[in-house]
Ligand binder design. Structure first.
Ligand code: IPE
Ligand code: MG
Length: 229
């Protein structure tokens, strides 16, 4: 979700004005995903690197997070959505952690879409924490290096048990991954739109789904191999 700052600048406002106006995009995208039957939707809401922004912007983003979670929990319940979070949640202000934990608890029996909030998240952090935990298991004699497979690694990532994303949508035209789900995105289809995130609406989400449907996912194979059943 990128482009809030530029959106605000275009309107002559402060960056936080852009963040405030991004909530509609979040709500419409989450609802559209739930209605379309998307099983997992991950929102990269705050990266490890975002902590380096000016303190007042970080604080405003955290406050917005608390208010939004509180305000939108009924929308999640109405749409049968289960909320979860990945990232260094312990680094968030106590008020955010509390609000998040409450919303996760309240929505835990949601059997439709799982909404994953990536907060204080980065792909390198995820790989590092997984490596550390695997090393602990090896040192304790519970995991043997020769038995480590790709599935083992995936099982130690914060997304353990969650399938790899099929589609990544990035707004604001930037053509980079920005330390998102580095391992998990190996074969994900990318959809990049020039729209700034606060302008993103339900119809743009559908447009991304339609583009995805036109893609041929070969996973390293040839096109001919895919047509032979
Ligand atoms: C995305 O918009 C929101 C967050 C990272 C929290 P930006 O704040 O990165 O907006 P730009 O890139 O400056 O336009
Ligand atoms: Mg940005």
């Amino acid at each position: 979700m990128d482009g809030n700052g530029r959106w605000a600048k275009q309107k002559g406002g402060l960056r936080i004005f852009g963040h405030q106006n991004a909530i509609t995009a979040v709500r419409e995208t989450v609802e559209a995903a739930a209605e379309a039957g998307v099983r997992y939707l991950t929102l990269y809401a705050f990266s490890t690197e975002n902590w380096s922004r000016p303190a007042h912007e970080v604080m405003a983003l955290m406050q917005l997070l608390v208010h939004t979670i509180r305000k939108e929990t009924p929308t999640l319940l109405k749409n049968n959505i289960r909320l979860q979070a990945i990232g260094q949640i312990e680094n968030l202000p106590a008020s955010c952690q509390k609000e998040l934990a409450e919303a996760i608890e309240l929505t835990k029996s949601g059997s439709g879409t799982t909404l994953l909030l990536a907060l204080s998240y980065s792909g390198r952090w995820d790989l590092t924490q997984a490596t550390k935990r695997m090393a602990i298991e090896v040192a304790a004699g519970r995991l043997h290096p020769e038995n480590i497979t790709e599935n083992t690694v995936a099982g130690f990532l914060s997304t353990a048990g969650i399938p790899d994303p099929e589609l990544l949508i990035r707004t604001s035209g930037e053509q980079r991954i920005s330390n998102f789900l580095l391992w998990q995105l190996a074969y994900t289809e990318l959809f990049i739109t020039d729209l700034l995130w606060p302008d993103f609406r339900r119809e743009h989400f559908y447009e991304a789904l339609r583009a995805y449907q036109q893609r041929e996912r070969r996973f390293g194979k040839t096109s001919e191999q895919l047509t032979v059943s």
